[in-house]
Write a protein that binds this ligand. Structure first.
Ligand code: DAV
Length: 320
């Protein structure tokens, strides 16, 4: 196991599955993190996702796996377990950095042990599966988008709040990651952890910034309005401002991401990415930089809250 950036030649990867995907019963963590802007709790669905969503998502994941295997990548999958949430996005729960796997202290209580479904594929696991206390959630965030859901009571972050560029890691401070979480990460890795703040308060970094290769990144212009909003270490990088996403919609009422999930691409190497098949404007933009896109279906990217970066966790990548 070794991977320290988002673009080196991919050799081995975990690809999630949608079996048993569930919206957990509402608790304090889910209410504050996922539904801070929902007024009436009764409108929040709970229970298993509809079977059609699960089947279609699994079908698209199989297409993706076949593509990766044709590219010579070794693909493994999480176990099918009776889960509290899902095993669709292994990216959310574990960071692989160099030869270490970090199962992060996830702020959603229902996701506490999610990494166990793929633990057997990991090496050198540092796990932080502690029960979150009520003091971690800031009640003032309900109804106010300016207030983040997490206090600094204890370190908490999803692995998907972080992307890797060799000796520099970029950490989004948001509803799914607090500053104490960044400090915890900094104490475990021999890399510099840079904070990205005040750009996007909701879930995860990978619909806001994507690293394409050393010195080139893709930015979400509705959130990163100018390069000055990036930490200093990335201000001299070239960047592509992502074109407006082609909205592929969601299976109502399961709206788990913005249309920007379209920029959640996944690099097979620095010249080839997997991209949601409707995102032709982005495909054209990437072409200008010599990056080819495999246009693949992911019908429930927004329904389940994850496209190709979210549904993967790279285990082995060459450094370049
Ligand atoms: O709505 O842009 C997508 C969630 C990625 N795991 C968004 C967040």
């Amino acid at each position: 196991m070794h991977s320290k950036n988002e673009w080196g030649k991919l050799k081995k990867v975990i690809v999630g599955h949608a079996h048993n995907a569930t919206v957990p019963e509402i608790d304090i963590s889910l209410r504050h993190i996922n539904y801070a802007d929902v007024k009436d709790e009764l409108t929040i669905p709970a229970g298993k996702y509809p079977q059609i969503v699960v089947d279609e998502a699994n079908e698209d994941l199989t297409t993706f796996v076949n593509f990766l295997e044709k590219e010579g990548v070794d693909v493994v999958r999480p176990d099918i377990t009776d889960c509290n949430y899902y095993n669709y996005c292994p990216r959310d729960s574990v960071i692989v950095y160099k030869d270490k796997a970090i199962a992060t202290p996830m702020p959603l209580r229902a996701r506490r042990n999610e990494y166990k479904a793929y633990e057997k594929h990991l090496e050198n696991v540092n796990a932080f599966d502690i029960m979150r206390s009520d003091e971690l959630y800031n009640p003032n965030c309900l109804g106010d988008r300016e207030v983040l859901a997490l206090t600094e009571h204890e370190p908490a972050f999803d692995a998907a709040n972080v992307i890797r560029a060799n000796d520099d890691l970029l950490y989004l401070v948001s509803n799914s990651g607090n500053k104490s979480g960044a400090n915890l990460l900094q104490s475990i890795v021999d890399a510099k952890v840079h904070l990205l703040e005040d750009v996007y308060s909701y879930m995860h970094i990978d619909s806001t910034v994507a690293f394409l290769r050393e010195g080139l990144m893709l930015l979400n212009p509705s959130r990163v309005k100018s390069i000055d909003m990036m930490p200093k270490a990335f201000r001299n990088w070239d960047y592509i401002m992502c074109p407006e996403p082609v909205d592929i919609g969601y299976y109502a009422p399961y709206n788990n991401s913005s249309p920007w999930i379209s920029m959640n691409l996944f690099s097979v190497n620095k010249d080839l990415v997997a991209l949601e098949e409707h995102q032709v404007p982005l495909q054209r933009e990437l072409e200008k930089y010599g990056i080819e896109s495999a246009m693949l279906p992911m019908r429930h990217a927004a329904t389940l809250g994850g496209c190709f970066h979210c549904v993967t966790l790279d285990l082995d990548r060459e450094d370049d």
